[in-house]
Design a protein around this ligand. Structure first.
Ligand SMILES: Cc1cc2nc3c(=O)[nH]c(=O)nc-3n(C[C@H](O)[C@H](O)[C@H](O)COP(=O)(O)OP(=O)(O)OC[C@H]3O[C@@H](n4cnc5c(N)ncnc54)[C@H](O)[C@@H]3O)c2cc1C
Length: 301
């Protein structure tokens, strides 16, 4: 196994125009380097020209607010989310997916956007941010475009980005004052070659103003493959009163057609159900006090 980095050229563009021009000329973006540089060390191979995103002006936004959503620029390390109380309360699935990182120091090195762009089935932030209806802003030679995470992943390691594009930020609207979210993960014992090493699930549950019936829900599974939402299972929840059996049935419906062995299927079902149950419990807890406090704190800035 190689441990020396192969030779490469290095650039540190200062603004987006320079960065996009470099990307169009074949320079590959690197953020924390946790995935990219480790892979280069492991294989002794990699891009010949790397550009850091760390000095690009305007990519350092980090703002979580119950009304205005969660905005995370491409320079923001995942660990930055942990001490942020608004993210913890109102974007709980995203917060939990960082809180449960296997190696906490990695959260301080790797960026949220790098975690998403690596397009790995065993990454957690694609799961939580997809459940929160996350959307990427992508800059390229002809301007910027928005790409929902549901349309971003093509296959492991493959995304909707063209080589000339870079991601500038990820945004999610959050579940509002009448919604809640949750993220769960489970490390698996590999019984057969090809079995997934991990399962992860995230969900949101949103109530109408009368707080009786569910008006919207999202459900995402990761680990076994690139994450995806399950439209039919989500639709089963809309208009219903919450009940444990309903959440179990939605979790079961989500797994229809997925090629999972018996034990893994049972674990995936339990994880999806637990994510829904916890998101639901959070949705049913009133957040008004907290949101008022958040609003007052924001106005005081
Ligand atoms: C020991 C260990 C434990 C880990 N545990 C977890 C865990 O529990 N959960 C989890 O989710 N992850 C985990 N990871 C993975 C880690 O979180 C990611 O490797 C990290 O977040 C990647 O971010 P980065 O900024 O280092 O990306 P980089 O390595 O810099 O980049 C990754 C990829 O994204 C591309 N890229 C980066 N920024 C941009 C951009 N702005 N636009 C376009 N493309 C871009 C790069 O070209 C590269 O292809 C773990 C990693 C290690 C080593």
């Amino acid at each position: 196994m190689a441990s020396e980095l192969p030779p490469f050229e290095w650039a540190e563009p200062a603004d987006l125009t320079q960065a996009v021009a470099l990307a169009a000329a074949g320079w590959v973006p690197v953020a924390g380097g946790v995935d990219l540089v480790r892979a280069m060390r492991r294989t002794g191979q990699g891009p010949a020209r790397l550009m850091s995103v760390d000095r690009i002006a305007g990519l350092d936004a980090f703002h979580g607010h119950p009304r205005y959503g969660l905005r995370i620029g491409a320079r923001i390390r995942a660990g930055r989310l942990l001490p942020d109380i608004w993210t913890g309360k109102r974007f709980a699935a995203v917060h939990e997916s960082v809180e449960q990182f296997d190696a906490p120091h990695v959260a301080n090195m790797g960026t949220v956007v790098g975690n998403l762009c690596a397009a790995r089935a065993d990454h957690d932030l694609p799961v939580s941010l997809m459940a929160m209806k996350g959307e990427l802003t992508v800059a390229g030679p002809s301007g910027t475009r928005q790409v929902p995470l549901t349309a971003f992943y093509r296959a492991p390691g493959a995304t909707a980005l063209t080589p000339a594009e870079i991601v500038t930020e990820v945004f999610c609207p959050g579940p509002g004052t009448d919604g809640g979210s949750a993220f769960k993960k489970l490390d698996l014992i590999r019984r057969r070659a090809g079995d997934p090493g991990r399962l992860s699930a995230a969900a949101t549950v949103i109530y109408g103003t009368e707080r009786e019936r569910i008006v919207e829900a999202t459900l995402v599974l990761g680990g076994v493959a690139m994450p995806r939402r399950f439209a039919a299972a989500e639709a089963m929840l809309v208009g219903e009163l919450p009940a444990p059996d309903l959440f179990t049935a939605a979790a079961e419906a989500a797994l229809t057609g997925l090629p999972l062995s018996g034990v893994i299927r049972a674990q995936a079902r339990a994880l999806l159900r637990d994510a829904l149950m916890q998101a639901n419990a959070r949705a049913q807890a009133r957040h008004d006090h907290f949101d008022d406090a958040a609003e007052i704190a924001q106005e005081a800035l």
